[in-house]
Design a protein around this ligand. Structure first.
Ligand code: HEC
Length: 149
């Protein structure tokens, strides 16, 4: 039994080392697209900073990666997560959405932030700058309510 365990542990270590060599896609597109939310709407600086700190890592074409993204399978996990998030909402390509869809997304953003669903809990644990104070949440919500048609 002990012998088996040792083999299993060695096999796991080997797999762990091997997967470090798998290439991963990085969500990094340095240019600021004309369809970026900040180009389509008049976004005050404080709101822009909140979006960048709390949303853009998952909901845009530019992620600021943490150091642990260099470790597999973390990198795969984050990549999946980002792809899923961008499918729902991509601030970099917000201008490509129809007027109706933009409005619908604004409504969803308000809901998610009001209910404290976004940014995701796990993300807030790792990124203290993504936690909104009550005052920041108020500013955030009132801005989005203002631009919604
Ligand atoms: C750590 C990654 C991450 C961060 C940071 C994040 N989101 Fe998300 N978001 C997701 C994922 C994944 C989904 C899709 C799955 C889901 O709905 O949980 C999503 C879904 C959404 C949706 C669609 C919800 C629906 O009704 O289906 C909205 C709107 C949204 N996020 C807004 C935001 C806003 C606004 C912020 C910043 C305040 C933010 N998110 C920060 C990962 C993230």
């Amino acid at each position: 039994m002990k012998k088996h365990l040792k083999k299993i542990v060695i096999a796991l270590i080997v797999v762990f080392i091997l997967i470090q060599f798998f290439p991963t896609h990085r969500n990094e597109n340095k240019e600021l697209l004309p369809t970026d939310f900040s180009k389509v709407y008049d976004v005050p600086e404080n709101i822009h900073v909140m979006l960048k700190n709390a949303c853009y890592d998952c909901h845009s074409n530019n992620t600021k990666y943490p150091w642990y993204n260099k470790i597999q399978p973390v990198s795969w996990f984050l990549e999946n997560h980002i792809a899923e998030a961008k499918e729902e909402l991509n601030f970099s390509e917000f201008g490509n959405y129809s007027a109706k869809k933009q409005n619908h997304k604004l409504d969803e953003i308000i809901d998610e932030v009001k209910e404290g669903e976004m940014p995701l809990k796990g993300y807030k644990l790792m990124h203290s700058e993504a936690k909104f104070s009550d005052e920041e949440r108020k500013q955030f919500l009132s801005y989005f309510q203002k631009i919604m048609k």
